[in-house]
Write a protein that binds this ligand. Structure first.
Ligand code: NCD
Length: 318
């Protein structure tokens, strides 16, 4: 694997290898001294041109735990603020010979573009516009594997602003690969039938069902993934008011008890508490939210390992 640009294009085998490698790195995070020499002498540049707390921090920690030299560049402290193009910024960084550039950008396709332009560097997509966020899907699947007997053969609900969510798109692609049943739930404006025309879902389309009724969609699901309403990407009228959205689609304990009593709940963060998820659910016993954040480091270690450490098994490098 040269780059990780998305879940699209990965085989089931590639994806399962990444999950298994992530599982191996979980143990490193539980040690007293959380450091391995795996990426000594390698340079990782984290280029985050959009806000991020979890993803940026966990990529930084992942690189440092593996002894890489990690440099962070953000939109407010880079020359992008002076009008430099993404390509010029990236070329400048490439001239310093990094092994990996991790990129987050508001434009869909930004990571792919850099992978085409920068010949000697591996690119990791840390979220590009409304397109993909593959490491989030990886850490989410790692998290599910820790609480359910298998990550295959499950029913997962994804609730909320699906149309604007790169987290949803990467997770949908991951769960179709795994052969799972996926329920997409939300108002018609945020979860339109048109979503099913996505070319990448292709032959797997039968695994995806759309629901405009929260209770119906949640019924019998093992995992409920809530999504943030992406205010920054809402251009137009997707619902009459936030209150109306919340009244109809907020995931609450009362509803879950009724239709999916044994389910676990996830959220990629940042959360709008009381909008897409109640505080009772977010902080309650079925919540996997903190575990997701914790797993983010292991999943990203696995990705950096796969791209930069060259051949060898995880065991050789631990
Ligand atoms: C998400 C993102 O930025 O795509 N957050 C994350 O990476 N953990 C989801 C979001 O912004 O809603």
């Amino acid at each position: 694997m040269r780059h990780l640009l998305g879940i699209e294009g990965l085989s089931l085998e590639d994806f399962e290898t990444l999950i298994n490698n992530s599982k191996n790195f979980v143990e490193v995070g539980q040690r007293d001294l959380k450091k391995v020499p795996t990426l000594r002498g390698r340079t990782v540049i984290n280029m985050f041109m959009e806000p991020s707390t979890r993803t940026r921090t966990s990529f930084e920690i992942a690189g440092k735990r593996m002894s890489a030299d990690v440099v962070n560049v953000g939109s407010s402290d880079s020359s992008a603020k002076k009008g430099e193009t993404l390509l010029d910024t990236a070329r400048t960084l490439q001239a310093m010979s990094p092994d990996i550039v991790v990129v987050r950008h508001s434009e869909s396709g930004a990571a792919q573009f850099l992978a085409q332009q920068l010949k000697d560097t591996s690119i990791v997509n840390a979220g590009d516009g409304m397109h993909e966020h593959p490491t989030q899907a990886l850490l989410d699947c790692l998290t599910i594997s820790q609480v359910l007997p298998s990550i295959k053969g499950i029913k997962i609900a994804i609730v909320g602003d699906v149309i604007h969510s790169r987290v949803a798109r990467s997770n949908i692609l991951a769960h179709v690969l795994l052969g799972n049943e996926i329920h997409l739930i939300g108002p018609r404006t945020l979860v339109p039938e048109m979503l099913l025309c996505d070319k990448a879902y292709g032959k797997y389309r039968k695994q995806i069902k759309i629901y405009n009724n929260l209770k119906e969609g949640l019924r019998g699901c093992d995992i409920v993934m809530c999504l943030r309403i992406q205010m920054e990407r809402l251009k137009g009228h997707f619902f009459s008011s936030l209150q109306e959205y919340t009244d109809i689609f907020c995931v609450s304990e009362k509803i879950l008890k009724d239709v999916a009593p044994d389910c676990f709940v996830m959220h990629p963060g940042p959360m709008n508490r009381g909008v897409e998820i109640t505080t009772e659910v977010a902080d309650g016993p079925r919540s996997l939210i903190e575990r997701q954040v914790n797993n983010g480091v292991s999943a990203r270690m696995a990705v950096l390992f796969t791209l930069a450490a060259g051949r060898g098994t995880v065991e050789d490098f631990k």
